[in-house]
Design a protein around this ligand. Structure first.
Ligand code: GLU
Length: 453
């Protein structure tokens, strides 16, 4: 098991003590600190002024009550969060997650990852994250709207295009962003387009934003494959999830000649050996908002098409060359990794945030599987959010091709900077170390310039 350098171990112990009961946050911090030992060995000046301790402590954490009325007239109470982690690189930037599993530890792990991810994009955005334990599943449009309005009625005072710019994450898409933008606009009496990203295309949204996380992970994973002299062409690919990230990963992998044979949601997974029918998947998930088993119901079982209920198997049982976990944190365990390796996996690109457990990452890396950590591989979403902010600031609108070509360049640059940083710090091929170190250095420099704040 990788160790935390002696000089950094007390920082980790303090994070655990101070943030009791937040295991995902501890996990995210631990992974970064394990990488930073190599930095302080070479550059002990990064230990000065408590730079590393400071980066582990959010600048501000906001927790608030979100009361709203459901369709039966009953009052519901949820909890809202916004963790403004680091504004060293620019305004706090990161998504909002609406899911019953949300708590302060989840938001903190996501916000912490976001600092380094955003720095890796090379664009001027700080790190933050927010959300609520609200469960949009089964709620009517009216209920979602009233929830979003109440959520924004508290959050708006903490936002601003130069202060904090949220976007979507699990459970938050264009519908929710629309309701929140409307409420922000009403409360402030300002058409401040750059205060939220992931907006609809009719009012300041960017073309290619919806596709960006999935496309970006595909570009990143392609760059990893190319370092081994191969590409997506003819590869069997498994993409977990079936939300925004998964759907547009499937689209790009198919365009690159790969064959995606499985995807999932929380109710189970489907396999289609003929290759996932993307139009059908989009219809079921984006239009009908239905369960994934509907895909097999429409297609008909047989000829290598089937559904496996959750709890009765794992999507990682499906043999593939490339795995792209795009559902949620810690969805791929050490055991799953061992099975994937036995079945011949050669590359893993994380579309979700922290989907592989530390044991899974170790297992992949020891077996020589190319592993792209989420904070690098899935940075395309937030990078394109920053491009949306650029378009809003200049009151301009770019074409799909223009936006996607910038995204592609950004993803290749992220790949290359992780790759060369890993080499420079004595860990060739280790994208985890490369991403953590390259991201950290970019944030540490402005922090130092600003003095002790
Ligand atoms: N939720 C996405 C992420 O995890 C996007 C955040 C954003 O666009 O601000 O990076």
């Amino acid at each position: 098991m990788p160790q935390i350098d002696d000089k950094l171990a007390p920082i980790y112990e303090e994070v655990v003590r101070r943030n009791a009961g937040e295991p995902e946050f501890h996990q995210a911090v631990r992974e970064v600190l394990e990488s930073l030992g190599r930095v302080v060995a070479k550059r002990p000046d990064y230990l000065e002024d408590a730079l590393i301790e400071r980066i582990c402590e959010p600048e501000r954490q906001i927790i608030f009550r979100v009361p709203w009325t459901d369709d039966k007239g009953r009052v519901q109470i949820n909890r809202g969060f916004r963790v403004q982690f680091s504004s060293a690189m620019g305004p706090y930037k990161g998504g909002l997650r609406f899911h019953p599993s949300v708590n302060v530890g989840i938001i903190k792990f996501l916000g912490f990852e976001q600092i380094f991810k955003n720095a890796l994009t090379g664009l001027p955005i700080g790190g933050g994250k927010g959300g609520s334990d609200f469960d949009p599943k089964g709620r009517s449009d009216g209920e979602v709207m009233r929830f979003c309005q109440s959520f924004m009625t508290e959050l708006y005072r903490h936002l601003g295009e130069y202060t904090d710019v949220p976007a979507g994450d699990i459970g938050v898409g264009a519908r929710e962003i629309g309701y929140m933008f409307g409420q922000y606009k009403r409360l402030t009496n300002r058409y401040e387009a750059g205060v939220l990203t992931g907006k609809g295309l009719f009012y300041g949204g960017s073309l290619a934003r919806k596709e960006a996380t999935g496309y970006g992970n595909t570009y990143f994973t392609q760059a990893m494959l190319r370092t081994g002299g191969t590409d997506f062409d003819g590869k069997r690919v498994v993409v977990s999830g079936s939300g925004n990230v998964a759907i547009y990963t499937i689209e790009k992998v198919q365009e690159f000649g790969g064959k995606v044979i499985a995807c999932s949601d929380s109710s189970g997974y489907i396999v289609d050996e003929a290759g996932i029918d993307l139009e059908l998947l989009k219809e079921i998930k984006e239009v009908r908002r239905a369960r994934i088993s509907q895909y097999i119901r429409v297609k008909g079982e047989g000829n290598g098409a089937y559904f496996v209920k959750s709890g009765e198997g794992s999507i990682w049982d499906v043999a593939c060359d490339v795995a792209m976990p795009s559902a949620t944190q810690n969805e791929l365990t050490g055991k799953d990794a061992t099975r994937l390796i036995r079945n011949g996996v050669i590359a893993v690109g994380e579309g979700a945030n922290m989907p592989c457990t530390p044991e899974a990452i170790r297992t992949f890396q020891q077996a020589g599987v190319k592993f792209g950590p989420g904070k690098a591989a899935n940075a395309g979403g937030v990078a394109t959010s920053a491009l949306e902010m650029q378009q809003n600031a200049s009151r301009d609108r770019w074409t799909f091709e223009q936006t996607e070509s910038r995204l592609a360049t950004i993803m290749r640059d992220i790949h290359d900077s992780c790759y060369t940083t890993a080499e420079e710090f004595g860990a060739p091929g280790d994208y985890v170390i490369g991403a953590n170190i390259a991201g950290f250095i970019r944030v540490a420099e402005p922090m130092r310039a600003f003095g002790v704040i």
